[in-house]
Write a protein that binds this ligand. Structure first.
Ligand code: ADP
Ligand code: MG
Length: 530
C-alpha cells in the first residue's frame, strides 16, 4: 500500500518510472515518519527522496541547502513539473517572500528552499511556529560537519531550530560524503531521531581503478603525459599545484587549464570549452569539478595522489557518468604523501585564539574589522573562527559575537586547541588510508567501498588488481562487523570501517584510522564491542 503510494507519487510528480533501491528504502521509512540519513553519491538521485516524501506526507517541506544557485536550480526544476516551489534568500523581494511564506504556512504540497540562516529570521520563524512543515530536508548535510572541507557553521543551529517547533516534522539529511565520522556528526548535530542510515550506490563498475607507482618524478610525469595522449575521449588531469597544471597544459598542446587563480571570466570560458568538447583535456587543480556534470568524461588521471580517499573518490567520480567505461589512474610516488607537505601550517597559537576572544568580548564585530584589529589574515581568521565556534566560544551571524553560555575564554581556547589537534591527527590517518589504497595488493574497489561504509566481500572486478587476477575473496570478519562500535584500551571509542580476514580497520573518535591484526586483537583482548 505504502509502496504503491510512493511509486505513484514518483511517477506523477517527477515522471520517474522506477525508483532506485536506496531511494525506495529511504522513502519507506520517511513515509512512516521515521527520520533518515541518506548517503548516495553525486547523481545518485537524492532530490527525489525528499521530493517524493513530501508528496506522500502531503504538505509543505523546508529544504535547507547551502548555495543560492543550487536552491534556484532545484526550485526551477520542480516548477517546470508544475509543483509549487520557492526560494528564500537575502535577495528575495518582498512579494516573492510573502508568496513563499504563504506556501510554507499552507496545507498543500510545496517546497521552500533556503539557506540555514533564513530559518532564524523572525518572519520565517513565526510561520514555522504557527504551522510546522511536514518535512525538513537538509541537503548537503555534510556542511554541518567540521570534519569535511565545506563546513558551514550556520548549519550548527538547525538541530535546535527543528527541536523548537511545536510539532516535530520528519527530518531527512542527504549527503554524498559517507565517511563514518561525518555521518555520526550529522546524526548528532541535527538531532535526528532513531534515523535509518542508508548508504547506497558507491560502487561504480564502469570506472576502471588503477594505480601506477613510480620512484622518479620524471618517469611519473612522462607516464602521465603518455596516458593522456593515448587515452580516447574527453578527460581530466588533476595536478597538485598551479605551477604543475601550467606545465602539463603546456606539454599537452591544446589542453585547457583551470585553477582558482584564474579570473572568473577565464575560468568560465575554459570550463565551457571543455563542456562543449572544444578542448579534449582539462588540466586542473582540485578547484575544478564542483557541479560539473559532463556525462562522457572517459578518463581522470591524478598526476599526484590526493590527500584523502574522500577527495579521490569525488574526483574520479566525474568520469563515466553516462555509464560507459572510463579509466581512472593514480600516478603514485610514496614521497608525494610525505606528511610535511600537508602540515606546514601547524596548530594555531593559544595567544592568537585568545586575542580573537578578547576582541569579540568587547562587542559584536564584523569579520573585516576583526581581521584588522587582530592582524590575522581573513582566510586564517575564518578557520580559527570555525574552531572557536565549534568550541562554543563565539557565534557568527552577520557579525561575530560571544556565544550565549560561552565557556571562560581560557577554557574555550583550550577546547579549540584540542579540536585542532584532534582534527590534525585524524587528517594524518586519512592520508595513511590513501597510502594504503595506493599500495594495496588486494582489490581496490572493495577497499574504497568499505572506506565509505558500504559492506561487500566479493572483489570488485574492475580494478587493476582484479583484472590481473590477484584479488582474493575475503569474507567480512564476523568478530567485528562493519559499523559496529568498539573501544580500545589506549585509543578509546571507534567504529569498524573496514578490514578483511586477518585485519580490521577502525576509525577512532580521537586517534583516527588504525589498522589492527585480528589475531593480535583477539589474543590480547584489545578491542571490546560497545
Ligand atoms: P544527487 O542530488 O544525488 O546528486 P539528483 O537528485 O540531482 O542527484 O539526481 C540526479 C539525476 O538522476 C537527475 O537527473 C534525476 O532526474 C535522475 N534520477 C533520480 N532518480 C531517478 C530514478 N529513480 N530513475 C531515473 N533517473 C533518476
Ligand atoms: Mg543533490
Amino acid at each position: 500500500m505504502r509502496d504503491r503510494r510512493i511509486s505513484a507519487a514518483a511517477g506523477r510528480m517527477l515522471g520517474l518510472r522506477k525508483l532506485r533501491p536506496g531511494q525506495r528504502e529511504a522513502l519507506r521509512s520517511l513515509v512512516k515518519r521515521r527520520d533518515a540519513l541518506v548517503v548516495m553519491p553525486t547523481g545518485g538521485g537524492k532530490s527525489a527522496v525528499y521530493q517524493v516524501a513530501a508528496a506522500v506526507l502531503g504538505g509543505p517541506a523546508v529544504v535547507v541547502s547551502p548555495l543560492v544557485s543550487l536552491q534556484r536550480d532545484q526550485a526551477q526544476g520542480l516548477r517546470a513539473a508544475g509543483v509549487p516551489a520557492h526560494t528564500l534568500n537575502a535577495a528575495t523581494g518582498a512579494e516573492d517572500r510573502a508568496r513563499a511564506l504563504a506556501a510554507l504556512g499552507g496545507d498543500a504540497v510545496a517546497f521552500v528552499f533556503m539557506a540555514p540562516e533564513q530559518l532564524v529570521r523572525p518572519d520565517v520563524r513565526d510561520v514555522l511556529r504557527a504551522a510546522p512543515p511536514k518535512l525538513v530536508a537538509v541537503d548537503e548535510a555534510h556542511c554541518i560537519s567540521a570534519w569535511g572541507h565545506s563546513f558551514r557553521p550556520d548549519y550548527l543551529r538547525l538541530g535546535a531550530v527543528i527541536d523548537a517547533l511545536p510539532r516535530r516534522p520528519v527530518v531527512v539529511a542527504l549527503t554524498a560524503t559517507a565517511a563514518p565520522p561525518v555521518r555520526a556528526e550529522i546524526v548528532e548535530r541535527l538531532r535526528l531521531r532513531d534515523p535509518v542510515e542508508i548508504v547506497r550506490g558507491f560502487d561504480r563498475p564502469e570506472l576502471r581503478l588503477s594505480v601506477r607507482a613510480f620512484h622518479r618524478a620524471a618517469d611519473q610525469r612522462a607516464a602521465v603525459l603518455a596516458a593522456a595522449r593515448e587515452l580516447d575521449g574527453p578527460g581530466i588531469v588533476y595536478a597538485a599545484t598551479r605551477k604543475d597544471t601550467a606545465w602539463y597544459a603546456e606539454q599537452l598542446e591544446s589542453a585547457g587549464l583551470y585553477h582558482a587563480g584564474l579570473r572568473r571570466g577565464e575560468r568560465d570560458r575554459v570550463q565551457q570549452e571543455f563542456m562543449t568538447g572544444k578542448t579534449r583535456i582539462m588540466v586542473a587543480t582540485t578547484a575544478f569539478g564542483m557541479g560539473i556534470d559532463k556525462p562522457d568524461v572517459r578518463f581522470v588521471l591524478h598526476a599526484r595522489v590526493p590527500d584523502s580517499l574522500d577527495s579521490y573518490y569525488q574526483e574520479i567520480g566525474r568520469a563515466g557518468r553516462d555509464g560507459d567505461p572510463a579509466e581512472t589512474i593514480c600516478f603514485y610516488r610514496a614521497e608525494d604523501l610525505a606528511l610535511p607537505r600537508f602540515f606546514t601550517g601547524g596548530l594555531p597559537a593559544a595567544d592568537t585564539l585568545t586575542a580573537i576572544c578578547d576582541t569579540v568580548a568587547q562587542g559584536p564585530i564584523g569579520r573585516r574589522d576583526l581581521a584588522d584589529r587582530t592582524g590575522i589574515s581573513p582566510q586564517r581568521l575564518t578557520a580559527l573562527l570555525d574552531l572557536l565556534q565549534e568550541a562554543g566560544a563565539v557565534r557568527s551571524h552577520q557579525r561575530i559575537e560571544p556565544a550565549p553560555d560561552a565557556p571562560a575564554p581560557a577554557d574555550a581556547v583550550e577546547q579549540a586547541l584540542d579540536l585542532a589537534e584532534r582534527r590534525r591527527s585524524v587528517e594524518r590517518t586519512r592520508i595513511e588510508m590513501m597510502r594504503r589504497y595506493c599500495e594495496l595488493d588486494d582489490c581496490r574497489g572493495r577497499f574504497l567501498l568499505r572506506y565509505f561504509g558500504e559492506a561487500r566481500d566479493r572483489p570488485c572486478g574492475h580494478c587493476d588488481i582484479c583484472l590481473h587476477g590477484r584479488a582474493e575473496h575475503h569474507a567480512d570478519n564476523t568478530a567485528f562487523p562493519m559499523g559496529s562500535r568498539v573501544r580500545h584500551r589506549e585509543w578509546g571509542g571507534g567504529v569498524i570501517v573496514g578490514g578483511a580476514d586477518d585485519r580490521v580497520t577502525v576509525l577512532f573518535d580521537e586517534a583516527g584510522y588504525k589498522e589492527l591484526f585480528v589475531r593480535a586483537v583477539l589474543d590480547r583482548d584489545l578491542l571490546a564491542r560497545e
